[in-house]
Design a protein around this ligand. Sequence first.
Ligand code: 13P
Length: 252
Amino acid sequence: MVMDKRMPLMVGNWKMNGSLSANATLVADLLQGMAGVTCRTAVCVPSLYLSQMQGLLAGSAIDLGAQDVSAHASGAYTGEVSSDMLRDFAVRYCIVGHSERRQYHGESDAMVATKVQRVLAQGMTPIVCVGETMAEREAGQTEAVVKRQLAAVIHANGHCISEIAVAYEPVWAVGTGLTASPEQAQQVHAILRAQLRAATAHADRVSILYGGSMNAANAANLLAQADVDGGLIGGASLKAPDFLSMLKTASR
Ligand code: 13P
């Protein structure tokens, strides 16, 4: 990595995968292979496993992350998990507004912006996901869509905006095996960076991750782009050799 880039941040999003025994095996394999990894690393695990993972990752170079948070502080919200609760388990990162939440759980830009506030208020880093569908890309709406999604978060969070991380995850690339080309990714990342620059003097501090079928084979070319500061990795983060290979690529 060239010196002037932000320290790369590589985040595994386990989604709804894992079990007590599978998690223990995966983490043991990861921790065994971390020698030489200098990038920032985190895994975002299902809420039920935060306690287990807090124990397994304590004192290690891998930070703990969550996949979602409630927009509410506390109270009668059956099934939800609050930002205070995440904080109790030493959670450092929280994915907010993943396309699977927007798509299957109807999360609006406004709700995502509120969730980001909750995460920031607890001193954790929200990883704010933005991205267009294939239909939106084909209609030439990519820029408008990602800017609208990020604008809601900027509007609600003011000067704290430099404390977020952003993940550009084109919906058509998530879990499909289709990846944005390095040029396509850089183009959108540059748009997001410019939007952040207009909102804060510290936009260069914000890590903008790429997500969507990132794997051991394509990571190097994506990470070589000027505004690609790391990855948000789904499927490939569940395989220790693949994830470790990507961590090493990001550590170069
Ligand atoms: P895949 O890497 O499985 O495409 O998932 C990407 C993603 O959604 C990470 O949040």
